[in-house]
Design a protein. Structure first.
Length: 171
């Protein structure tokens, strides 16, 4: 990805179905962990010009992280809206939060905020770096805000339509 080698297979897809299917894939783990998970997609979101498989990978990563860091009785929500042909997706959890000192580095390769984690317990530290690469390859951005002991919210944006179609829509 760093060398610009990420090939996207973009076409108009249904983000609503992708979010629904992704949330459904986590139903067993959320039941086992006692975490509530829900999502909503605004009616004007679909269709979205995206690589559904790659955006699915981003959603999987963000939702999995949210579930892992949310205690029993907590909640994970996924919301998608559209503003001025920009899709805004938020993955919000009521979990432990991210330390303020770690926030600038969470999208860096191999960075893990919890130093006691290793590859078997906490992953390789690549998930958020890959997510950022995928979102940026779509012409979007990703950011995080968090409050320790209370919540974390990852927000990513991608264009709703292909750049070549903007001119057609305006005329």
């Amino acid at each position: 990805m760093d060398a610009g080698g990420l090939q996207l297979n973009v076409e108009y897809n249904n983000l609503s179905d992708l979010i629904s299917d992704t949330l459904e894939s986590f139903s067993a783990i959320t039941i086992r962990q006692g975490v509530i998970i829900e999502g909503s997609v605004a009616s004007d979101v679909d269709p979205v010009y995206m690589d559904a498989q790659r955006i699915g990978r981003v959603l999987n990563n963000l939702i999995n992280n949210a579930i892992l860091h949310t205690p029993k009785g907590g909640q994970v929500t996924v919301d998608a809206t559209c503003e001025k042909n920009i899709i805004i997706v938020q993955v919000h959890d009521t979990g432990e939060g991210i330390k303020p000192d770690d926030i600038p580095y969470v999208f860096d390769r191999f960075y893990r905020g919890e130093k006691s984690r290793n590859r078997t317990t906490g992953g390789a530290g690549l998930g958020l770096a890959i997510a950022r690469g995928i979102i940026e390859a779509h012409g979007g951005s990703i950011k995080v805000r968090s409050e320790m002991g209370k919540e974390t919210c990852f927000t990513f944006t991608i264009p709703k339509i292909h750049q070549d179609h903007i001119h057609e829509i305006k005329h």
